[in-house]
Design a protein around this ligand. Sequence first.
Ligand code: PAF
Length: 271
Amino acid sequence: MNVLRGIDEWRRFRAALTGSLGFVPTLGGLHEGHAALIQRAAADNDLAVVSLFLNPTQFNDPGDLASYPASLEDDLAHAEAQGAGAVLAPDREAIYADGFRYKVEEAPLSGELCGAHRPGHFSGVLTVVLKLLNLVKPDRAYFGEKDYQQLELIRGMAEAFFIDSEIVACPTVRDADGLALSSRNARLDAAGRALAPRLREALACPGSDGQVADALSRLGFDVDYVATRFGRRLAAASIPTRSPEGSVRLIDNIPLERVRSASDASGGDPS
Ligand code: PAF
């Protein structure tokens, strides 16, 4: 597997490539959810490329950035084991040589749902994804449906800026108990880990979004929102932990077809 750290080094590598390229952008902290994206990129294309870049501009909370669990050594081994042929792992100065003077702004969706609770987050995401798509020039770029609002925004940006890469959506990968895989899950303590799958369960319960939010609050979640958009029910909620970093924020969503109707629900009350 080729590991490229510099922008010029990457450009030379890219210029010499023939065949199709599938791209999986990541923050690092690779887990089985990323594994599915990398395997898909490798299966669909002649070469799968993974980027490892802990993008500071999308973290509105410095504590969240500082505690993000990414290890270059582990991530390189993981990417290679899943079939990546190359990894692009640039440093912050290389990606933000402009000091983040130039940025992608979108409205109104960037200010809603997660955007309402994480000011500037989606501007950081869209800016880095545009930079990476311009550098990597993939035929296809792979994103997980867990971050559904992000996926919608990236699709819209690719269309608005005439990006030639196909944006490929991949299903959420879950643990056996239904918890959506996320790098942040590693920060849950035992009680938090036991509570976390209830987020997915609650999303599937009948009743209004407000009722689901109330039920999650009763369970001990600190709820940012439960909302129906894009033909899906989406939620973001935090679980308090005893670790110094404080609470762990989880997001999840399911298609509305998976929301049980009141008549087929065994319990009815999500709590
Ligand atoms: O979903 C992520 O991991 C990040 O938001 C992304 C798309 C890699 C941009 O930094």
